[in-house]
Structure formats: C-alpha cells, structure tokens
Ligand binder design. Structure first.
Ligand SMILES: Cc1cc2nc3c(=O)[nH]c(=O)nc-3n(C[C@H](O)[C@H](O)[C@H](O)COP(=O)(O)OP(=O)(O)OC[C@H]3O[C@@H](n4cnc5c(N)ncnc54)[C@H](O)[C@@H]3O)c2cc1C
Length: 419
C-alpha cells in the first residue's frame, strides 16, 4: 500500500513540505484548521477598503533561495517584484532627511565607501563593525554585539533587526542576523533586491501551491483542526480531528506544521519557543493611485515601513506588543500622521482604513527563545516538525518557513526510502 504523508497546517511551511513531497510522487493529505490556507501569510478582501489586502506587508529578498525554489515549483516565480538594481529608500520622519541605500554588484561592498550610496552621517569603517555578527555568541544580542551609539545603528541596524527578527535590537539574537546578512547583502546587489508580491501574498505563495497539490491528487481539507495525536510505542498511530479520527498506518508519516504553542500542546515533551512578538499593519485607501512608490523605510516616527500598491498605502510596525494593546482608532491616527508626512499629503483627513494586529506574528527571537527551537525530527519515528519557529538557523521569515517545510519533506523521504 502506498504510504500517506499527513501534513497538518497549510501555512507556507506546510505547503512547501506538501509540494516537495508531491513532486517526489508521494501521496499527501493536508489538514488545515482555518477555513483557508496561508496562516500568517495570506490575503483577504477587506469590505471597508473594498480591496484585496495582505494580513501584513511581507518583504522578501532576491537572495531568499528557498523561496525562489518554492515559487518555481508552484509556477509563480515571476510573481515577486522589486527595484533593479537593489535600492532601499529611507525617510527620517523627524528631520525630513531622505536617503537611499544602494548596494553594488559583486560581493565586495564598495557601496559603503560611497557617501551617496550609504546611510548619511556614517563612515565606511562603521559598517565593518557588522562583521562582528559573524562571530556573535549564542547569548549575544544585536545591540550588545554592534553597540548602539552611531547613526548607523539608528538608521540601519535597528530598523533591519526589527524587520528581520520582529524583536528589538536590544533583545534580538545576533546569531540569527549573520545568516541573513551573508545570504543577501553579503552576496552583492543581485542577492539583496527587495521583493514584494505583485498581486498579494495568497496570489504568490498560497493559491498556486493549492492548485499544484490539487493537480497532483493531494487533497487539502479546511476547517480540519487536529485535536490530538494517538501514540503507539515509538510512532504516531492516529490523528483526531474532533470526532473524525484518521488512522496512521505503519508506513505513514505526519508532519506537524503548526505554530509553536499548538505543537507543544499536541506533542508531549516538545521544547519550543514560548513567547511571541506582535506586528501591527495599517492599510489606508488613498484618494488617488500612487504608482511612483514601492516601499519606503521610515525612522523617527511610529511606522517602520510604508508600502504603496495602487491606491492602498500600508504601513508596518514590528516588535509592536505595546502598540498592539492600543485601540485601533488611536493606532490609525498615529499611522496616518506618518503616512501623510511620508507621501506629502498635508493635512488630508483620515481615509477608509483597516488596522490588522497579529499578536503572535513570530516567536520572540531572543537568544533564550532561539535556544528552544527544536529540530525537524521528534522522539516518534514517523512524526516531523516544520514551521518558521523550528531550528532552521534562520530568522522566522518566509525563507525560514520554506526551508523548514523542505527539511521536513526531505526527512520524510529519507525515512520512506528505507521503509
Ligand atoms: C504581520 C506579519 C508580517 C510579516 N512580515 C514578514 C516579512 O516581511 N518577510 C518575511 O519573510 N516574513 C514575514 N512574516 C513572517 C511569515 O509570515 C512567517 O514566517 C510564515 O508565514 C510562517 O509560516 P508557517 O507555515 O511556519 O506558520 P503559519 O503561517 O502560522 O502556519 C501554520 C498553519 O497551521 C494551522 N494550524 C494551527 N493549528 C492547527 C491544528 N491543530 N490543526 C490544523 N492546522 C492548524 C494554522 O491555521 C496555520 O494555517 C510576517 C508575519 C506576519 C504575521
């Protein structure tokens, strides 16, 4: 009998795992608790704005190789767009100063020697301090590693850390920053182009994966929440979806691609990150379309990033636990003040908007929590873990989620090849 691999959770990790298994000719069944796939990376139609919006702005980089491989597998490789050559425009909302970081081609970063390509009020040798990240100990935070007393920290390292780790530089694990830097900025312009989904996250990452699975006769079931696992000796023998038990035959495997709290509740003895950080996004419908701007880094205000697609301006604040506790109306007012300054809209009144609070956007990527990331394999021989919170060596991002899904698929395939 052909083995079935049950993938529980249809976020990017679960879908990338399922796609890799399906490509290897395996029979896969996907089980998702929500009514739709995508998890923390999805689009939805917002009635107030009457537009399709993403749950949160997601910025990727051209050096995200696993992401590119995944998109090629599902046929949506051309769905990400961004400036060529790479450039990162910034605005200091306090001083009004604007600048653009422009990395150069090739691995030697001569852009740091060019005043017009680097951050204002910084010197070339300030950037060399970034090399300390390569040797950062597991207990070190980004702030402790790099020091906080330079313009480069306030205008580059702090915003970059908060964007990548969803954790402040004071708390964020330095050990997670180097792999990201090495795979993007460390490989030159072609690897650090900022990318966004042209038509939205679901259009790039989710819908084509579901269609691929469908074409390969791999069913996806929604509103199908896994309630418990039945263990027998050293393996999982059954899945309970709440009055809907599914037998797991001796050759079958299970990949749990759910968030850390869910995995810890389902699997006895799992050590997983236990704390999280919020991300708050605000989406505003502008009076006119703005095709002139893709995204803008913001410092010195409330918002950290501004993205414009057509007539929707969206802003993001990461590591936003304190902000997320405020009423949405107050958040909207603060965000709109930054948006009007950034876009030169004067005192334009607050337009139709939507505030999205993702209170558990990622795990808190502190040294203590990073030490709690589990690997792909578990104590049960047919049970595997995937998710951006597992020990990928990378920050909790789409790239990390895809890598975790692919690692789980490879582990399953290795097990099945010996069966
Ligand atoms: C607002 C926001 C902004 C972000 N910005 C960026 C960015 O700019 N760049 C970037 O690379 N990353 C970003 N991320 C992170 C990125 O979205 C995540 O790393 C990625 O989506 C995680 O995917 P995942 O599959 O590991 O987890 P999830 O997306 O959480 O998927 C888990 C799935 O499991 C399902 N599930 C849970 N319990 C059960 C159960 N018992 N039974 C069945 N199903 C279950 C859930 O419904 C969910 O669909 C952002 C995240 C957020 C929230």
């Amino acid at each position: 009998m052909t083995a079935t691999v049950h993938v529980v959770g249809a976020g990017v990790a679960g879908l990338s795992c399922a796609v890799r298994l399906a490509r290897a000719g395996r029979r896969v069944a996907v089980h998702e608790a929500a009514g739709q796939a995508g998890g923390r990376c999805r689009s939805f139609h917002d009635a107030t704005l009457d537009r399709l919006i993403d749950n949160g702005n997601h910025l990727l980089m051209s050096g995200n190789r696993a992401v590119r491989g995944y998109l090629e597998d599902i046929g949506s490789a051309d769905s990400l767009i961004g400036p060529v050559p790479a450039e990162y425009p910034f605005l200091d909302l306090q001083s009004g100063l604007r600048w653009v970081v422009r990395p150069n081609a090739g691995p030697f970063p001569w852009w740091i020697f060019s005043a017009g390509r680097r951050v204002p009020d910084t010197r070339a040798w300030d950037y060399l301090r970034g090399l300390r990240l390569a040797w950062a100990g597991r207990e070190t935070t980004v702030a402790a590693c790099l020091g906080t007393d330079e313009a480069l920290f306030r205008r580059f390292w702090e915003p970059l850390t908060v964007a990548v780790l969803n954790t402040s530089a004071a708390d964020g694990a330095a050990s997670l920053m180097w792999p990201m830097i090495a795979q993007t900025f460390g490989r030159g312009e072609a690897a650090c182009r900022p990318l966004v989904a042209r038509r939205g996250l679901s259009d790039s990452f989710i819908d084509p994966a579901l269609a691929f699975l469908d074409r390969n006769a791999c069913p996806s079931r929604f509103n199908h929440r896994l309630r418990s696992l039945r263990f027998e000796s050293d393996r999982v023998a059954g899945l309970d979806f709440g009055g809907d038990p599914v037998a797991v035959a001796p050759g079958d495997c299970v990949v749990l691609a759910v968030p850390p709290a869910g995995a810890a509740a389902l699997v006895p003895g799992i050590v997983a990150p236990a704390t999280s950080r919020a991300i708050v996004n605000g989406h505003f419908r502008l009076a006119t379309r703005r095709e002139d701007l893709g995204f803008l880094g913001l410092v010195g205000g409330t918002c950290q990033w501004l993205f414009v697609r057509g007539d929707i301006a969206s802003v993001t604040v990461s590591a936003a636990d304190a902000l997320a506790d405020q009423p949405s109306a107050a958040i909207a007012g603060r965000f709109w003040a930054d948006v009007t300054r950034a876009l030169g809209l004067g005192d334009a009144p607050l337009p139709p908007h939507r505030i999205v609070k993702e209170k558990r956007a990622t795990f808190a990527q502190t040294p203590e929590e990073v030490a709690r990331r589990p690997g792909t394999r578990t104590a049960w021989r047919n049970l595997y873990l995937a998710g951006d919170w597992t020990d990928t060596g990378l920050p909790a991002t789409i790239e990390g989620a895809v890598r975790s899904g692919r690692a789980a698929a490879d582990a399953v395939l290795a097990t099945l090849s010996f069966a």
